[in-house]
Unconditional design. Sequence first.
Length: 123
Amino acid sequence: MRILLVDDELDLVSTLAERLAIRGITADYATTGEQALCMAGENDYDLAVLDVKMPHLSGLELWDQLHASHPRMRCIFLTGHTSKQDFQAGTRAGALYLLKPLKIEILIQKIRELLEDQGEAHE
């Protein structure tokens, strides 16, 4: 399985990528939506973990673009700024919605659940 992490907080996404790698999950990361779109154009990701609130291109807007070009990709939204509108938009898009601060075990559980539901998980 290959994951794309996108958050404008470099320390967060780099640490998440390291912690996932320790657990055998390949994760690339980007700090902007634009960078993430370029990476998704060059790589095949099973799942994207997206921060909802980012400058220039929000996680919700980014997901619309990623999903249009990669319909099999799944999504988990992360946010520290929960709102009913964002939650409804994220769940309507077929994504999970998790709140920061996030426990790595919960993220891994949700990643595996989403990918196993599609039969895409590779142990």
